[in-house]
Structure formats: C-alpha cells, structure tokens
Write a new protein. Structure first.
Length: 83
C-alpha cells in the first residue's frame, strides 16, 4: 500500500480476512465500509495534505491563544504567519 496501488486493495483485504489477527480483520471491515473512497485515496495522485497542514496550524495557534484574545487577533496571526 505504500506504493499507492489501489488496484491491489481488494486482494489485500481478502488476504487480511483470512488472517488470524482479529484487529486486522476489524480494520479491513472498516476499509470495506467506504471502499471506493479508500481505493481512490490509494490510486489518485491528489492529496489533502496541504489543507490538513493549514488546519493543524490554525488549531495550534487557537490553542495557544485560548482565553486570551478574540477572533480578530487569531485572524491577524494566521494571515501574518506568526503561528
């Protein structure tokens, strides 16, 4: 799966379902519940990593400022990159 070969996902899940490890089986069942999205994530070249990074930065700055200031200061810190 490290090589993003989504076409092998179904074969991998079938192999895991034959495994004696219950935790792996539970994980595989979870993947099956949203199979198309998981397969797309392992097949398509796009990533939401940049978006997740920005959200993480915002949450970090927000935690640092908790109880100290309002939205206006939070907005300024994010825009100026002082986070």
């Amino acid at each position: 799966m490290e090589d993003k070969k989504g076409v092998l996902l179904n074969k991998w899940i079938q192999k895991v379902m034959q495994s004696p490890v219950n935790e792996l089986k539970t994980f595989a069942r979870g993947l099956m519940s949203d199979f198309h999205a998981v397969k797309s994530a392992l097949t398509l070249p796009w990533s939401n990593g940049q978006v997740e990074g920005q959200i993480n930065k915002l949450k970090t700055v927000k935690r640092q400022m908790y109880g100290r200031a309002g939205f206006n200061l939070l907005r300024k810190r994010m825009i100026l990159g002082a986070g």
